[in-house]
Design a protein around this ligand. Structure first.
Ligand SMILES: O=C(O)CCC(=O)C(=O)O
Ligand SMILES: [Fe+2]
Length: 321
């Protein structure tokens, strides 16, 4: 990786706010007409999955699933997106210089769609039942830094994001608990008067205290215009509003998830199974977006066909713990 430029680091005040609230932003990455053009082109290219890293076996339900994952590994626009200095410099000011992108996923909301239910993730075992990221033993940190970019407008009435500031310090969910995938049952269930779900799961099954409820009186809505992004800890209580359908435009969010190089990704796993899909990790790799990897815990990806030439290290089996 080239030497970090530092041009877009968080200021001391932004960093202090990030640690207090669990998020920072929105920041502007693309101008609205620029992202509209780029996203229209990328969207067409993404329909071709021939170079995608997952050859997914799906349950056929058509639900959100693994086909939405990690297209930064085969799509040129997304490959560049996850390495944008406006993103990476800010991520590195939280995580340190040596940073991997280990996951990206799309979050579409069409008119009428339910909101995403409140949740937190420290290990991402939530849906698949085993940790997907593992910090070194004794580490005081956990979770991942998520950069959620609005590829379209994303305001409260069309599925905008919500956070409960400061909640990243306490986990209200236990990701080792079982959670059942049942897309027919877990759809648009009203919680506190709002239609929400978790892509076929009921995230409340993971609550440490079944009687607890998120204090929505403390929730903030983060309206974003197309081309803006926020940075948040995956441990922060976050959710999204339903798409009220007052506009026919859909909202598209794209999350890129980052960890420092000391974290093991998919420890001991050769495939991933969740959201009604299953895929081999054979062609998967993490992407070094800043600094160096002095740990060598994880296989580093190269772009496949159209992606940037990510530096590759090791060529063997997927990451092992
Ligand atoms: O976009 C959404 O509705 C949810 C996003 C989310 O949970 C995430 O990026 O971690
Ligand atoms: Fe999330």
């Amino acid at each position: 990786m080239s030497a970090p430029q530092h041009g877009f680091r968080l200021t001391a005040e932004e960093l202090a706010n990030f640690h207090r609230n669990g998020y920072a932003g929105p920041f502007t990455l693309y101008q609205p007409d620029e992202i509209e053009r780029k996203w229209a082109r990328a969207r067409q290219a993404l329909a071709d999955r021939s170079a995608a890293v997952y050859r997914e076996e799906s349950d056929g339900s058509g639900a959100a699933n693994l086909s939405n994952y990690d297209r930064h590994l085969d799509n040129a626009f997304l490959a560049e997106h996850i390495t944008q200095p406006r993103i990476v410099d800010r991520v590195a000011s939280v995580l340190g210089e040596d940073v991997l992108c280990w996951r990206s996923d799309f979050f579409p909301k069409y008119p009428g769609n339910e909101g995403t239910d409140w949740h937190q993730a420290a290990t991402f075992a939530n849906a698949c039942g085993r940790p997907q990221i593992q910090w070194p033993r004794g580490s005081e940190q956990s979770g991942s830094l998520t950069v959620w970019c609005a590829f379209t407008d994303a305001t409260a009435d069309m599925g905008g994001l919500q956070f409960i500031p400061g909640t990243h310090r306490t986990m209200y969910y236990d990701e080792t608990k079982p959670m059942r995938y049942d897309p027919d049952r877990n759809i648009s269930v009203e919680k506190n008067g709002v239609r929400r779900g978790f892509f076929g799961y009921d995230y409340r099954e993971l609550q440490i205290d079944p009687g607890w409820q998120p204090d929505e009186s403390q929730a903030v809505s983060v309206d974003m215009r197309a081309g803006q992004f926020v940075l948040f800890s995956s441990r922060l209580l976050h959710a999204s509003h339903p798409h009220a359908g007052r506009t026919r435009r859909m909202r598209m969010g794209f999350s890129a998830r980052y960890v420092p190089t000391c974290v093991r990704v998919y420890p001991g796993a050769s495939e991933v199974e969740e959201y009604g899909g299953r895929a081999s990790l054979e062609r998967y790799g993490t992407v070094l977006v800043s600094g160096e990897d002095r740990f060598g815990h994880n296989r580093l990806a190269t772009g496949t066909t159209t992606g940037r030439a990510f530096r590759r290290r090791g060529d063997g089996a997927p990451a092992r713990s």
